[in-house]
Design a protein around this ligand. Structure first.
Ligand code: DGL
Length: 203
């Protein structure tokens, strides 16, 4: 099977990595829209325009399915893209709900882009236990490899007084810095990555 994947930049490569681990025999075409990143501060209209062009490109490469390797696009415009796309298209968020509801978490932190947090797609999975935090400074730092500033920026977003059982990395870029994020929290916290969940669930 030939799978097309896209994101605003290098973040979706973490999804590709999970797919390569779980489905090594597929062929993959990856599109990183670095020219237009970050997506996390874009409107739905802007996200639609960019995503449709990418989908057309991937379809021209005869992909069998498309995986949206981006939390921002998945949370904001999945239904519109499903109608537009001529091949089956998967988002990387829906499966997370099942995953969370099967476990007995007391408190879960979701870190994501501003555009994703504005949809409350994660909060709506379980209002009681989920806290969402928008982290708009992270993607530009990761894309521009300014990782020396990460420590300080993460302190702005993570409230260490809260005792979380798990953190959902609601933006695929954050998987690149997951060890840094983990180091800010208690050592047995679970880090939940969107790419891993979707790669395990797609056959
Ligand atoms: N990696 C994307 C996501 O999962 C997009 C981040 C961005 O470009 O702001 O949300």
């Amino acid at each position: 099977m030939r799978i097309g994947m896209f994101d605003s930049g290098i973040g979706g490569l973490t999804v590709l990595k999970s797919f390569l681990k779980h489905h090594p025999n597929n062929e993959y075409i990856y599109y990183g829209d670095t020219l237009n990143m970050p997506y996390g501060d874009k409107t739905k209209g802007e996200l639609l325009e960019k995503s449709k062009k990418i989908i057309e490109f991937l379809q021209s490469k005869n992909v069998d399915i498309i995986v949206i390797a981006c939390g921002t696009v998945s949370s904001n415009i999945y239904n519109e893209l499903k109608e537009f796309c001529k091949v089956p298209i998967y988002n990387i968020i829906s499966e997370v709900k099942d995953y969370i509801l099967k476990r007995e978490y007391k408190k879960v932190l979701v870190m994501a882009t501003s555009a994703t947090v504005s949809t409350h797609v994660f909060k709506n999975m379980n209002q009681e236990i989920i806290n969402e935090v928008a982290c708009p400074k992270l993607v530009p730092l990761i894309e521009n490899n300014k990782l020396d500033l990460l420590d300080e920026v993460l302190d702005e977003y993570i409230d260490k007084k809260e005792d979380y059982d798990a953190i959902i990395l609601g933006c695929t870029h954050y998987s690149i810095i997951k060890e840094k994020i983990k180091n800010k929290m208690n050592s047995n916290i679970e880090i939940i990555e969107l790419g891993e969940i979707v790669a395990k669930n797609i056959n």
